[in-house]
Design a protein around this ligand. Sequence first.
Ligand SMILES: [Zn+2]
Length: 494
Amino acid sequence: MTTQQVEAHGIAGTGYEAVIGLEVHAQLLTRSKMFCSCPTAYFDAPPNSNVCPVCLGLPGTLPVMNREAVEKTVLTALALHCEIPPFTKFDRKNYFYPDLPKGYQISQYDLPLSRNGFLEFAVDGRGVRCGITRVHLEEDTGTLKHAGDLIHEATSSLVDLNRAGVPLMEIVGEPDLRTAEEAREYVTRLRQLLMYIGVNDGSMERGSLRCDANVSLRRAGATEYGTKVEIKNMNSFRAVHRALDYEIARQLQVLQGGGTLVQETRGWIETEGRTVSQRSKEQAHDYRYFPEPDLPPLQLDLAFVERVRARLPELPEARQRRFESQYALSAYEAAILTASREDSDVYEGLVSAGVPAKLAANWQIGDVARLANAHHVPLHRSGLGVAGLAALLRLLDAGTINGTVAKELLDELYIAGGDPQAVVSARGLGQVSDLGELGALVDEVIAANPKAVADFRGGKEQALGMLVGQVMKATRGRADAKMVNALLRERIGG
Ligand SMILES: [Zn+2]
C-alpha cells in the first residue's frame, strides 16, 4: 500500500489500525529562564549572549525556581482538565549531549505537576477525546548548529546556550489517536489552547512548540500495542500529518511483508518526505533519574491552584459554541472567528461597538482577513483598528455609504488609519439615495442605451446589470444599488 492510498482510505480494510500518541514540548512565555534570571528572548540574540553561571551549569551554582513558569504550567494543566496533586518534585535526567552543559536536565519523573486530563476536538464532524497523561515542567537545552544535516555528515558543529534553561512544558498525550488527521487536529487544537491562555507563542517554525509522535500498528481490535517508533523533527502541522502517513504506510508494508519492526527513533526529512532511522530508543532507566537535590519539592495548596484557575479565560471550544448561539453564526463562521483569542476579541469589539453581528462576521472573515494577510498586519494592530472598522461598518449599516464605498474606504484606511465619517463628509462619498437625483440619472442612462433597454425588454435579464452599472459609474459608485434596480425596473418594465 502506498502513502497516497493510506491518505485516501485510512488503513481500514487492511486488518490493522494505527495507534498514535503525541508528546508536545512548549516553551513558556516567561521573561526569565526556569532557574536563573537570564532573559528567555533568545531567538534573535547573538549566540551565547543570554547566559550566566547557572544556565551554563558551572560548579557551585544553585537553581532558583521561576514562579511564573510553575503558574503557567498549572494554568495549562487546568485548561486540559488535569488533576493537580498537592505534592510534586523535580528530578535529574542524566545524559550527555553537547547542548546540555550540566550533563543532566532538570525535569520531572514520577511526581509530575499534573496528570489525567483530556483534550476534546472534532475531525470530520466526529468527536475525539484524547487523554492527557501528564503536563510537567522542565528546562530546555541549548542548540547545535551543524554544517550539514541528518543524512549528510556534518563537518563541524557549534553550540549556542541561549536556549539552555528556558522553561519548557512537556504535554504527554495518551495513545488515543488513530489517524494522521486526528494527530494534526490534536496539535492544532492544543496550540490554539496554549496561545489562548497566553502560555506559548505557538511558533512551530521557531521551535517554541515542538511535537514528537509515537506510532505503532496492531491488528484491529487487539488490546496489546505493537512495536512503537518515535518520530522527531516535525515542525509544522503539515509535517505531522505527512510524517505519520508515511510512517503508518512504512510499518504496514513491513508487517504485511512478514517482517518485524524495531523500536527506534526516526527523524522526519521534510525535503525528502520520509523518515530515517536515527537511533534505537532509550528506556527510562538509561537516564538514571533521581530527585534533584538542589530544589525543594513543591507543595501546591488548594488556594494556589484556585488562584491560578481564576486566571483561566473562556476557552476556544466554549467561546465557539457561545458565538454560534449568541450571535446566530454558523459553526464555520464561529470557528474562524474564534481561531485565536485576538480574533475573538476583535469580533466582540465590533459587536459591542454597535455593528450587527452578521455584518461584523462577514467583513471580518472576508475583506478584513484579506487585508490582514496582504499587509501581514492584524486589524487590532492596523492604522484603522477595531474602533475605526466599527465606525466604517456603522456608516454602511445606516445606509450613509454603500458597500462599494465601504470596501474602498477599508482598503484605503486599513494601514493609513483615519476617521471614516470625516473622510466620507470631506469627499462627499455619502450614498446617493435621493429619489429625484437618482430618477434623473436613470432617465439619462435609459435614453443613452436603447439597445440594452430593448434587450432587457426582450427578456435578457443581464442587460439590467449593465444599466445599473452605468448609473453607479455616473455617481462614482455612490448610488444606492437597490434603489437604482427598482427605478430601472419601474421605468422600463420587467
Ligand atoms: Zn542564566
